[in-house]
Write a protein that binds this ligand. Structure first.
Ligand SMILES: Nc1nc2c(ncn2[C@@H]2O[C@H](COP(=O)(O)OP(=O)(O)O)[C@@H](O)[C@H]2O)c(=O)[nH]1
Ligand SMILES: [Mg+2]
Length: 358
């Protein structure tokens, strides 16, 4: 039979395997989406298929806090608890600076976290800083891949400093801030704006001296920020409605798993609150909106680059820049005008003295 056109492409096959929940398909699909490992065209095709697949969105929990607080130690405990409750769990570790976030090591840690390794926990460390759309876009794509793979919960571990990490937290429904005594991280967290976005606080290393003080100062800072958040020009806005969630501060010992059950319970309460208040979908929609914006920008750039090439504008611009006293900003503005107008003569006609004087 001669029907070569009807054979599924490699992207279609991988997508089908992902949907069927086949072993290794999730890992492969993530490599394609994160690094373009399937080749640029096939990887883009896979991503398009992934976004075209109707799926229920997983619960995304962002886990943040300064390095050394115990995030990577805590995450396997949480993943295990959720998996034992019947959920399929994906862990994404976004910490390229730390060799501790390596997938193999995380796998070891979940085994260390007690008993036999639970089924349905998948670990993945994200090594890149994200491609064109940045880290948050990369994570959003991987969450969607996880969703198509039939996963219910995605835990995203990220160091809570810097804009790109804060962007990653935007994709989460629930944000857990992990701190520990002796790191001074309550102050750092406030600086980075993480305190404002966290819903649940864990003071880890509760076996260490100073844990009580860390918890107390966190509670103090939360009370203060809550009061400020609801005060607008001296008026308390809390009464005007709006959802009230009092972020709990819990103690954990990631080395032993003490406090993890309570932590899981409070996280689930936050999830239930989001659902009950109808806020759940808004977060997914926000993520899709940001994803659309990123793709829109990439598309515009791609089209413009193609148009610039077709209009053959660069040689003239480069020649102009090579002249003494060239103005790169002016050249860029003229290029933009020319490309947007689709008129290559903008470059020549709108220009002035310099050309005529040479
Ligand atoms: N004493 C104590 N040490 C802990 C606890 N949790 C983690 N650690 C240790 O703290 C260090 C940093 O932990 P890690 O999970 O890598 O922190 P991360 O950088 O936030 O991911 C490791 O040496 C852990 O063994 C805890 O509850 N108690
Ligand atoms: Mg870590």
């Amino acid at each position: 039979m001669n029907a070569p056109d009807t054979r599924p492409s490699s992207a279609q096959r991988l997508h089908a395997d992902l949907l069927a929940g086949k072993a290794r398909a999730l890992s492969r699909a993530m490599s394609w989406v994160e690094n373009g490992e399937g080749g640029e065209i096939a990887s883009q095709a896979l991503l398009a298929l992934v976004y075209a697949t109707p799926v229920s969105q997983p619960w995304v929990i962002g886990i943040t806090g300064v390095g050394g607080a115990g995030k990577s130690s805590l995450v396997p405990h949480l993943a295990r608890r959720f998996a034992e409750g019947g959920a399929r769990v994906v862990v994404l570790a976004v910490d390229p600076s730390s060799p501790l976030s390596g997938g193999a090591l995380l796998g070891d840690r979940i085994r260390d976290a007690g008993g036999a390794p639970p089924a349905h926990v998948f670990f993945r460390s994200i090594a890149t800083r994200g491609g064109q759309g940045g880290l948050a876009v990369c994570v959003a794509d991987l969450i969607r891949v996880a969703a198509v793979g039939g996963n219910d919960i995605v835990l995203v571990e990220t160091v809570g400093a810097g804009q790109s990490e804060l962007g990653v937290l935007d994709v989460a429904h629930t944000v857990l801030l992990v701190s520990a005594p002796g790191l001074g991280d309550d102050v750092q967290a406030q600086k980075a704006g993480v305190m404002e976005v966290a819903h649940v606080f864990a003071v880890n290393k509760a076996d260490r001296p100073g844990a009580q003080d860390t918890a107390a100062s966190l509670r103090q800072a939360l009370l203060l920020s809550e009061r400020l958040a609801h005060m607008k020009e001296g008026v308390n806005t809390l009464a005007e409605g709006g959802v009230h969630w009092q972020p709990p501060v819990l103690s954990t010992v990631a080395l032993t798993g003490v406090g993890v059950d309570a932590l899981r319970t409070r996280l689930a309460e936050h999830r239930d609150m989001l659902r009950a208040q109808g806020l759940w979908q808004a977060i997914d929609q926000q993520r899709d909106l940001r994803r659309m914006q990123a793709h829109f920008q990439a598309e515009v750039q791609r089209h413009l680059a193609a148009r610039i090439a077709a209009m053959n504008l660069m040689p003239a611009l480069e020649a102009r820049l090579a002249q003494a006293g060239a103005n790169p900003l002016l050249a860029a503005e003229q290029l933009a005008q020319a490309v947007l107008a689709g008129a290559s003569d903008v470059l020549g006609s709108s220009h002035n003295s310099k050309e005529t004087s040479t």
